[in-house]
Every structure is written in structure tokens, then in C-alpha cells.
Design a protein around this ligand. Structure first.
Ligand code: NAD
Length: 311
């Protein structure tokens, strides 16, 4: 059986750990590409040398040449600046739009049939850049954020109740920012509605902690942002595609009327399969949930219109 070829652009914290998780899960051969080839090559070599201990096969190479990513099945884009303490994700817009634009142009040429998974921030707007620049069908351009935000929400609920994280089912929709929308009504602990187990005021605190999840880590690390949970969420996304699992995961997807939005990427539940986004799952929202999602979409839309003027 031919192995999948998965490229990770950006060999920094998120890119490096993503390559590690993909290799450990044996999801395919991995190409790590960065403008600093020594860093990409060094990390690739280090990962190759971990294989015998950890017990994985698969080729891992580091490079700065787009020739090496030719015909990749999946390209994960993590290149760009991370936040500094006190910064919002949106403040990265102009710098990272340029980076994501140039990376996408070259990646789309080298791997015209690839599925793009965008990770760079501000996430929803950067996914929009990749979509516009690549001109790929919308099914093949995916933004990774909801999987991470949902994981954070699940982790905090598990900590609150002192139960297994595996018992928690939750879904966070909307943009990857301060306006993200955790769906309480669809949050359950071993099938029990979370509202039966956690009082409303505690739940409100957990929701705020989830919204601030990224910023809390930026504040602690001081010189970078989170990467263990983000790379775990990327690996989950890649796995759903490579194994055609049809897993329903919240991802930034291009909306053309779904949930009443058009012309922007927004975190919505999607079914992930071998072709990328199989479908956007539309669920009925209460008027309060719909209003929160609209507020989130308005914030994303503003960034997308700013991007339109830049690219
Ligand atoms: P980092 O600084 O550790 O790594 C970024 C890497 O990108 C660096 O190695 C840099 O050399 C490389 N790079 C820059 N320009 C490039 C180009 N034109 N071509 C190839 N490589 C290039 O940052 P990080 O912590 O890995 O974060 C990467 C991005 O992911 C940031 O924008 C961050 O905000 C974002 N992020 C998103 C999520 C999410 O949930 N979507 C989570 C965490 C981080």
C-alpha cells in the first residue's frame, strides 16, 4: 500500500510537534518545510532517529524546497507568527496573510490535488486566504481550530468533575477567537447533559476559561503560544481524512448559506473523510446560540473583508 504524503509547512512549535504526532500515528511520510531549512532538517532527523525507539516507520524529511512537497496528499500550514503576551490573534492579520498567501501559492502549484489544513492565526481569515489563493474546491480547504477549542472545553469539564476526558462530548463553534461559541445544550458527560452536573455559574466560568485558553498559555510561556494541544487536534483532523473516518468535528469551513452565512470561513460541524469536508452538518440552534454565532461570524467577516483588500 502506498503511504500518504503529508507536508507540514512551518517547522516551529506547532509544525514540529505536528510532524511528531503524524509520524507516531504512522499516518504517512512527512515533509517538514520551513524558510529555515536547517531547523526543518534537524527536526526531521531527530524524528527519524526516534522511530526505532517508538516503533514507527515512514520517511520524514526537512526542506525549504517546494519540489520536495510535490504531489502531497495533505498540506498543513502552520507558518507565521504566534501571539505574544497581551496580543489578540487578529493583530497577526497583516503579517500572517502575506506568509500564508506566499506559502499557499507555492504549495498549490506543487501539490494541486492536496487537502489544505490551515492552522496559522487569525485562523478563519487565514483559511480564507488559502482558499482564495489556491482556488481549490471548498471541500479541500479546512481550518483547524474547533477541534482544539472543543478539546480545551472538554479538558476543563473533566477537571471540574474529576472524570475521564473520554466521557466528555462537546462542540465549540464559531470563529477561533474571543467570540467562539461552546454549545452547552450538546455537551454531555457519559450521555448526561452537563447542565445536570455543573451549576450554571460554574459553567459560565469554564466557558470563559475555554475562550481564554490560548491567551492563558501565551501568558505563561511568554515567548510563544500553545502547541501540544493544537498539534494533537491537527493530527486528529489528518487521521479522520487519511482513514476516511467520517468523523464529525468542528472545523472552519467555507459557508455558502449554511447557518445563514455566505462567503466566509467559520467553525461549524463538518464530516471529515478522504475528500476533505464531506458535508457541513446543520443543526438547529436556539435564538441565543444563533445570535452568538452571528456575532462571531460578524467578527470573522470583518477580517475576511480586510484580507480581500490585502491579497
Ligand atoms: P513558531 O514561531 O514556533 O513557528 C512558525 C514557523 O513558521 C517558524 O519556524 C518560521 O520559520 C516558519 N515560517 C515563517 N514564514 C514562513 C514561510 N514563508 N514559509 C515557511 N515557513 C515559514 O510558531 P507556532 O507556535 O508553531 O505557531 C504557528 C502558527 O500557528 C501561529 O500563527 C499561531 O498563532 C498558530 N496557532 C494556531 C492554532 C489554532 O488553533 N489554529 C493553535 C496554535 C497556534
Amino acid at each position: 500500500m502506498k503511504r500518504n504524503k503529508i507536508t507540514v509547512v512551518g517547522a516551529g512549535n506547532v509544525g514540529g510537534t505536528t510532524a511528531q504526532r503524524l509520524a507516531e500515528k504512522e499516518l504517512g511520510d512527512v515533509v517538514l518545510l520551513d524558510i529555515y531549512p536547517e531547523i526543518a532538517k534537524g527536526k526531521a532527523l531527530d524524528l527519524t532517529e526516534s522511530g526505532p525507539v517508538y516503533g514507527y516507520d515512514g520517511r520524514i524529511i526537512g526542506t525549504d524546497r517546494y519540489d520536495d512537497i510535490r504531489d502531497s496528499d495533505i498540506v498543513v500550514i502552520t507558518s507565521g507568527l504566534p501571539r505574544k503576551p497581551g496580543m489578540s490573534r487578529d493583530e497577526l492579520l497583516s503579517t500572517n496573510a502575506g506568509v500564508v498567501k506566499s506559502v499557499t501559492e507555492r504549495a498549490a502549484k506543487a501539490a494541486p490535488n492536496a487537502i489544505l489544513i490551515v492552522v496559522s492565526n487569525p485562523l478563519d481569515a487565514m483559511t480564507y486566504v488559502a482558499y482564495k489563493v489556491s482556488r481549490f474546491p471548498k471541500q479541500r480547504v479546512i481550518g483547524m481550530a474547533g477541534a482544539l477549542d472543543s478539546a480545551r472545553f472538554r479538558a476543563f469539564i473533566a477537571m471540574e468533575l474529576n472524570v475521564s476526558v473520554e466521557n466528555i462530548q462537546a462542540m465549540v463553534l464559531g470563529g477561533h477567537g474571543d467570540t467562539m461559541v461552546p454549545l452547552i445544550r450538546h455537551t454531555a458527560v457519559a450521555g448526561i447533559p452537563v447542565t445536570e452536573l455543573i451549576p450554571k455559574d460554574r459553567l459560565e466560568l469554564i466557558i470563559q476559561k475555554t475562550r481564554d485558553g490560548g491567551a492563558e498559555i501565551v501568558k505563561l510561556l511568554k515567548t510563544g503560544s500553545a502547541f501540544y494541544a493544537p498539534s494533537a487536534a491537527v493530527a486528529e483532523t489528518v487521521e479522520s481524512i487519511v482513514k476516511d473516518k467520517k468523523k464529525i468535528t468542528p472545523c472552519a469551513a467555507f459557508c455558502e448559506g449554511e447557518y445563514g452565512f455566505r462567503g466566509l470561513f467559520l467553525g461549524v460541524p463538518v464530516k471529515l473523510g478522504s475528500g476533505g469536508i464531506d458535508e457541513i452538518i446543520e443543526i438547529k440552534l436556539t435564538s441565543e446560540e444563533a445570535a452568538c454565532l452571528k456575532k462571531s461570524a460578524d467578527a470573522v467577516s470583518e477580517l475576511c473583508r480586510a484580507v480581500d483588500r490585502m491579497i
